[in-house]
Design a binder for this molecule. Structure first.
Ligand SMILES: [Ca+2]
Ligand SMILES: [Ca+2]
Ligand SMILES: [Ca+2]
Length: 318
């Protein structure tokens, strides 16, 4: 009996590790917003600010938030993206109403969409993101993840609500977890000139939520596929401490990629394609190699994690 209980406990502990993580404040930020008619229509882009695991889900709504009136308005659209693969921090996802989809910069689906596409209005609209399992309420705003306000200004708490206004949820700090593009404008995106201003996740989150880093167009929707910035590469700017002790060779590689580390700590190696799709995951010891022969010719990101540190190198596969 005792053994059975122990066995069940171990099973439970193992299972717990696979429970889908929740999106928390600042885990994504918005990087573009198009309300003018375009193909795809009514689209917006988000940047993942942590690695995301297949099965995780995040919800977006164009309903404004009015804490003093009881929370979210109703009547506008809400949609949920459930990721279908693992994606690294820096991945941009383009979500649109027509077609109703979520794709990466190569137009590959990143997961399934449910609910209905956001009908972003040229008269002013907003998008609030929250963890799919944590609908914010006036007594618990902890589910909020990020926000973008395109209505001209955050509504003051005593403002009358409409479809084209929203208050700023108190949890979302303007400039840190939310961005408000002012005055009201139809289309906006993080400007390419600022693609590389931040190389850490925290820095990138702040940069994306700083309205002066954005450019705007009140007449023509931006072409967002592919998004302008390669944030995966930006965030992969080498961790020089780790880089000094790690070596990946040869590059270009035909079959075996050798990994040399002068530390005895285990390293985790993950290979991503340019769209951020995870292709190979491997745990190696101090010296190891990775078989790249199954990959087609092209450019890949090889990410190394060791002792909570991370570096990524671009590797060319012949
Ligand atoms: Ca529209
Ligand atoms: Ca407008
Ligand atoms: Ca709205």
């Amino acid at each position: 009996m005792k053994t059975n209980k122990l066995f069940m406990l171990i099973l439970l502990l193992l299972a717990t590790q696979y429970i889908t993580a929740q999106f928390a404040l600042g885990d994504i930020a918005f990087s573009a917003y198009n309300s003018d008619t375009a193909t795809p229509d009514d689209s917006f882009t988000i940047v993942l600010l942590r690695d995301v695991t297949s099965g995780e889900a995040i919800t977006f709504t164009e309903n404004g938030w009015f804490a003093h009136l009881g929370g979210f308005r109703s009547g506008e659209s809400t949609c949920t993206l459930t990721f279908g693969s693992n994606y690294p921090a820096g991945t941009q996802v383009i979500i649109s109403r027509t077609p109703f989809q979520a794709v990466d910069k190569d137009n590959n689906s990143v997961g399934t969409m449910s609910g209905s596409g956001l009908n972003l209005a040229t008269g002013g609209d907003s998008i609030l993101a929250y963890d799919a399992a944590s609908l914010p309420t006036t007594s618990d705003e902890s589910g909020f993840v990020a926000g973008i306000n395109m209505t001209g200004e955050w509504r003051t708490p005593d403002g009358m609500d409409s479809t084209s206004t929203t208050e700023r949820p108190a949890t979302l700090i303007d400039g840190t977890h939310a961005v408000s593009i002012e005055p009201e404008i139809d289309n906006a995106r993080y400007a390419a000139a600022n693609c590389s201003v931040a190389t850490t996740v925290d820095g990138l989150r702040t940069a994306l939520n700083t309205a002066t880093n954005w450019e705007t167009d009140n007449g023509t929707a931006y072409t967002q596929v592919p998004p302008v910035c390669d944030f995966i590469a930006v965030l992969s700017t080498l961790d020089h401490d780790l880089e000094a002790t790690m070596q990946l060779y040869p590059n270009p590689v035909e079959e075996l990629l050798y990994i040399r580390s002068d530390s005895s700590s285990d390293v985790q190696i993950t290979v991503y394609d340019l769209s951020g799709k995870q292709l190979i995951v491997s745990t190696e010891r101090t010296i190891g190699s990775l078989d790249m022969s199954s990959l087609t010719t092209g450019i890949y990101f090889v990410e190394i994690k060791r002792d909570q540190r991370r570096m990524t190198q671009k590797i060319v596969k012949l």
